[in-house]
Design a protein around this ligand. Sequence first.
Ligand SMILES: [Zn+2]
Length: 424
Amino acid sequence: MADTIADGTIVGGTGESWLLIRGARIFDGEAVRESGSVLARGGRIVEAGSTTFEPPGAELVDGRGRTVLPGLIDCHVHALPGSLEQALAYGVTTMLDMFNVPEVIPELQALAMARADVADVRSAVVGATAPGGHPTQLLKKMGAPDFPTLSGPREADRFVGAQVANGADYIKIVIEDGAGFGLKMPCLSAESVRAVVEAAHRRGKLAVAHAMTRAAFEAAVESGVDGLGHVFIDREPGPDLGARASAAGVFVVPTLSVLEAATGASGSAELAGDPRLSAYLDPNWRAMLGWGSHDFYGHPEPPPRLEHAVLTTRLMHAAGVPILAGTDAPLRTAYGLSMHRELALLVGAGLSPTEALVAATAAPARCFGLADRGRIAPGLRADLLMVDGDPTRDVTATRAIVGVWRGGAPLDREAYRRRVSGAG
Ligand SMILES: [Zn+2]
């Protein structure tokens, strides 16, 4: 685990430090308790419920009128330097990177291991894509270094082995012929996709697919991948897709917040204008919210529609497919910030507020095998978020953040705010 030192000590959690939150509503990642306490020591949760024990010297936190949740897990980002700080300021304690260049990830992992005031990160490192395939066009324009691609199924094993050696926690597979962007692009064959999935599974790694068209999504579901990193926006889902996805045992990260932006809506801009959130937005990432699609993409036919993605999410959820929250930041979404939009969009797609919160906490931990987090339970990391109000009734209450702890260490959000606003 990236942020647990060899002897089991948690970054931020010094051995004897106690944290006691009292009188709060507790959403433990799965269920709600209307009033209770959370006790943590040395960065780990000791008890969640109704402790009367008050350790001398504990950090005491008044939770009345507030809700404590597990720190949020964003299941689809591309982490860049500076991203882990902002994510944590918005209550995201873990980010799952879904494609990156090998140069970036070790530095971020080292940062997450050394400092409690940044989010933790897991990564696929380089995803499998065809030579010249998506997202080589984006990375080239962003000036990223060259990275390996996959020209056929025979290379799959070596490719996956190289990513595991690079530190990949799971394997990303890009199934994109450009149709989703109105472009024509080289794409992995079905044989290559299956070979990558098999190579990942041989190494005990999950395989997660990028697919943004209905055809690619259906192909991914049939290919044996463990999860889908988007839903599609080009067409309506067929009525049996939920049942097929459920039978295949996949999880789905809809990323409605980025699809909303890709189809021209301005949800992220609305977020960036919310005074509860705007003060913590790094100007660099704010600029990415309006990132020009026209520089990179064509005009897909038929025009993409968010409604297709919402309906697909609704069908998947109704069929019992695990839904996980993810933003695709920084692609027209922003680290941490856009999770608060994603949660609202998931509610709009038929999840209850509590189910949307599960999608950002316990469900990602379960699907990605992150056994030490995602719930408030004894022995787990004290990665916590506290908000005013009740997000289990009104999910937008997650925006009213009053406290963030990583490994039991409180984040000084005010210091972060001063830093990004240039006043400190
Ligand atoms: Zn992505």
